[in-house]
Design a protein around this ligand. Structure first.
Ligand code: MTE
Length: 320
């Protein structure tokens, strides 16, 4: 994924923040004018770094989603992570502890009945609770993992947002805060990280808003407190630490597309037949082992998502 910039790499990753002191999310949001009642949060879970309390976790597993491979070792999946906001290496999990994820305001706006800014946890509660799903994840860099995500179908958010009939896309944005995210001081990147998908894709059963992994609240490095998971697309579409979801009739330009349109397109559906300019997509390396396995079209989820694209030209553009 690393695009070697034409300008020099200069900044090093920041020092690790001491374990955060957690604030009462609702009190803080009330102070910020979001008008929610002050109540105590129920507890905290600490695994790889500090994490905020999230309701409903561990959640019941939805048996509809099964794997064809072993679940990736938790340590691997939570220490080998892509989160360019905190640096371009995979070893950013310590740096990511600087992110304060509780409280966390999410804005839903654009072509919707009413704009809303709401705390992530309140949003999840309003959407109706979380479930666990076992999903494969395939990065365009040709590594793959299989993990239990906890989350809520994205289609529930679409329903909640009540988009206008003319809204065709969701444009999704990550936080932007150079004071904690050293990667965001690298000004040649088009921060904040942006991704997009169609409303039909968002309404597909597979699209998940994830708040946890391995039966625990989402660690910062994996995109706390709330991220997208689109298992049939290359991993860069699964945007982390979401701050804003805008419904629009314009196809969003994503972070990587903006940076390198020849290498990254809007659709980015997994397909072993189309090589990325820098990586063959024929096989994938399973995280935590040296084993390579064949990559499957739509990352093995064709039965769920093929109808979304059946009427479109089956060209390279659909897969990058
Ligand atoms: N989201 C943000 N905000 N920033 C990122 O750098 N990296 C993407 C995606 N979401 C990224 C992001 C890429 S390239 C991948 S492969 C997945 O997150 C990795 O998710 P994981 O680190 O939880 O495995």
């Amino acid at each position: 994924m690393l695009i070697r910039p034409w300008r020099p790499w200069s900044l090093s990753e920041n020092e690790i923040t001491p374990e955060s002191t957690y604030l009462n999310r609702r009190q803080v949001l009330a102070g910020m004018g979001f008008g929610v009642a002050a109540t105590a949060i129920s507890g905290s879970v600490f695994a790889k770094g500090a994490m905020a309390a999230v309701t409903g976790i561990p959640a019941e597993r939805n048996p509809a989603f099964v794997l064809d491979r072993d679940i990736t070792d938790e340590e691997e999946a939570t220490t080998y992570t892509n989160f360019y906001e905190f640096g371009s290496s995979k070893n950013i999990w310590r740096a990511a502890q600087k992110l304060v994820t509780d409280p966390w305001a999410v804005t839903i706006d654009g072509m919707v009945e009413e704009d809303i800014t709401i705390d992530a946890e309140d949003l999840v509660a309003k959407l109706g609770g979380v479930e666990e799903r076992l999903y494969r994840h395939r990065c365009v860099e040709a590594w793959a993992m299989a993990v239990p995500w906890t989350g809520i179908p994205l289609k529930k958010l679409v329903e909640f947002a009540r988009p206008d009939a003319g809204a065709k896309y969701l444009r999704i944005e990550t936080f932007h805060d150079t004071s904690i995210a050293s990667g965001q001081r690298q000004s040649w990147y088009p921060w904040p990280y942006v991704e997009g998908l169609t409303v039909q894709e968002a309404n597909n059963e597979l699209a998940l808003l994830a708040t946890g992994i391995y039966g625990k609240p989402m660690p910062n490095q994996n995109g706390a407190p709330i991220r997208l998971v689109l298992p049939w697309k290359y991993g860069f579409k699964s945007i982390k630490s979401i701050r804003r979801i805008t419904f629009t009739d314009q196809q969003p330009v994503s972070f990587w597309q903006d940076l390198q349109a020849k290498e990254y397109g809007f659709w980015a559906n997994v397909n072993p037949e189309y090589a990325h300019p820098r990586w063959s997509q024929a096989t994938e390396r399973l995280l935590g082992s040296n084993e390579r396995v064949p990559t499957q079209k739509y990352n093995g989820y064709a039965e769920w998502v093929e109808p979304l694209y059946a009427a479109m030209p089956q060209t390279r553009e659909l897969f990058f």
